[in-house]
Design a binder for this molecule. Structure first.
Ligand code: OAD
Length: 236
């Protein structure tokens, strides 16, 4: 293999799961047209109406049973298995489709639907059930679980590790994200400042398209397998 790239950081967003049947956020008819961010994705919204918020995430967690990974998730899992260099897969998605597509190491910077965060003991626990009925925390038994999803105004997970990888990567690839939400929207600039090549794979030009060295437009289920094959054949 021509080892053109040795350290790749990949960022995925809702677009990679769109063809699996999960609504994106900012499309016409997307989640943020159906629900107000202030109501279901902020700590203040949760304090105001916890039942509304718990129900919203209970429904989204249950809906995972009706979707399946698509060829783009599978292709990134193949890359993880076959790429000889370092690979960090960071997702903004709270679904589990990367894992079900075969990726073993996924950094969920915005948390996970299948995880509960206890507001009393701050433990994160794997969670598959509903939360609306106020089940006890598996660790401290307090009935104070909330979705383990990062809301607006909260700090995403593992930012230190992500920035460290961005500072040393030689290729940064952004897949299916609108570039509307920071800090993830700023990763391309971090990677460029570190001298990495930057590539965007998205259905259409995103808010941040002009920041990338190269952008390819089309569905993730086509673009991602093509790109992975390119990296594995030629090193990128
Ligand atoms: P968005 O809904 O903002 O953007 C999804 C992007 O995917 C858009 O640019 C679409 O054009 C693109 N897209 C749609 N279908 C696609 C397909 N089949 N193939 C490739 N691309 C496709 O979703 P995100 O960028 O993930 O945060 O949103 C970022 C964050 O905003 C989310 O993690 C969430 C949200 O508010 C929190 O809740 C904290």
């Amino acid at each position: 293999m021509n080892a053109r790239y040795r350290r790749i950081v990949i960022l995925t967003g809702a677009g990679i799961s769109a063809e699996s049947g999960i609504d994106t956020f900012r499309a016409a008819g997307g989640l943020w047209e159906q629900h107000r961010i202030e109501d279901v994705a902020t700590p203040e919204g949760f304090a105001r109406d916890p039942n509304l918020v718990l129900n919203f995430y209970d429904l989204r967690r249950a809906a995972l049973a009706n979707v399946a990974p698509n060829p783009s998730h599978m292709a990134l899992a193949l890359l993880e298995r076959e790429f000889k260099g370092d690979l960090l897969l960071v997702t903004q998605n709270v679904d589990d489709l990367h894992e079900r597509g075969g990726s073993a190491r996924v950094l969920h910077m915005h948390g996970e639907l299948k995880s509960a965060l206890c507001t009393s003991c701050e433990t994160r626990s794997p969670w598959l059930e509903t939360m609306i009925n106020r089940p006890p925390c598996p660790v401290c038994r307090a009935p104070t679980l909330r979705p383990d999803v990062v809301w607006f105004g909260e700090m995403p997970y593992q930012m230190g590790r992500i920035y460290q990888a961005l500072e040393t990567c030689d290729l940064f690839v952004s897949i299916g994200t609108s570039g509307a939400v920071y800090p993830a929207a700023g990763f391309v600039q971090e990677a460029r400042a570190a001298g990495a090549r930057t590539l965007e794979l998205n259905l259409e030009p995103s808010e941040g398209s002009r920041l990338f060295h190269e952008t390819r437009h089309g569905p993730a289920s086509v673009l991602v397998p093509e790109w992975v094959e390119e990296v594995l054949q030629t090193g990128g």
